[in-house]
Ligand binder design. Structure first.
Ligand code: SF4
Length: 264
């Protein structure tokens, strides 16, 4: 089975304080962190045992995970498994980077976001340079807030052209951008106009639930991170496996079977 897995455990704390984010400067107790670690280690053990599969794993934590050593260890473990083609994570890139030396960097990828209010551009670019020196594949992104347009321009100018800089469109306010801003941001990220609109997905062909799944810390599988409970957000193509429910579990019993088992 070829699977792309989005994993999001319970970890929901962050060392940054972005104004638009509910996890800004949120802290967690020792017990909460220990629980997150146990969840991640169970997931990693499950993925390790799936030797007959071809896996891609993307960690999409609520908060910042790479400052926690258990995420660094999970990426080290996963990237060194022959049946894991890619292990990647979203990060604000505030962590130290020496741990990447133990990873198979052909399989490792970082999805790095620049937060201009939380780190200077110089320091962030220095981290990107270090990633390149250590042979890590990565992309750089930034939320396209109006007050950060000058920083976004400068970031693009300071990074090598082969480093893709994506701009995450701010869509919480309608008509947030002027046409001039859209043109400016499109020179930085040619895909910005596509990102800057909402896309209908209901009824469209989709790999979610078939070749792409989202796993939470409890081991529950949803068809995507945006589908929860039993309601599907889109319909798989006729050739895909159809699910009467979104949710399956990666409990030890399910982990030993070839196909995740619906719990109904
Ligand atoms: S770095 Fe990410 S998780 Fe942390 S406060 Fe900013 S947006 Fe939220």
């Amino acid at each position: 089975m070829t699977l792309s897995i989005l994993y999001r455990g319970p970890l929901s704390s962050c060392n940054y304080a972005c104004g638009y984010c509910p996890f800004a400067k949120r802290t967690e107790s020792r017990a909460e962190l220990d629980h997150d670690r146990a969840c991640l280690e169970r997931f990693t053990a499950w993925a390790t045992a799936r030797t007959a599969d071809d896996l891609g794993v993307l960690f999409t934590p609520w908060g910042e995970a790479l400052v926690r050593p258990w995420y660094q260890q999970a990426l080290t473990t996963l990237t060194n498994l022959p049946h894991v083609r890619r292990a990647a994570i979203q990060t604000n890139l505030s962590c130290k980077l020496d741990w990447v030396e133990a990873c198979d960097r052909d399989a490792l990828a970082l999805w790095c976001t620049f937060h201009p209010g939380e780190i200077t551009r110089d320091r962030f670019v220095a981290k990107c340079v270090e990633l390149r020196q250590r042979g890590v594949r990565f992309s750089v992104g930034v939320v396209g807030l109006k007050e950060h347009l000058a920083e976004i321009d400068a970031l693009r100018a300071e990074l090598p052209p082969e480093v893709y800089v994506w701009v995450n469109a701010y869509k919480r306010e309608s008509s947030y951008y002027t046409p001039e801003m859209v043109a400016q941001l499109t020179t930085i990220d040619p895909h910005f106009p596509t990102n800057n609109r909402h896309h209908a997905s209901l009824g469209e062909p989709c790999r979610a639930g078939n070749q792409v799944i989202a796993v939470d810390g409890d081991g529950t599988i949803n068809r995507s991170t945006s589908s929860s409970g039993r309601s599907a957000t889109c319909t798989p193509p006729a050739s895909s496996r159809r699910c009467s429910t979104d949710r399956v579990r990666t409990t030890p019993a399910a982990a030993t079977s070839a196909t995740p088992t619906s719990t109904g």
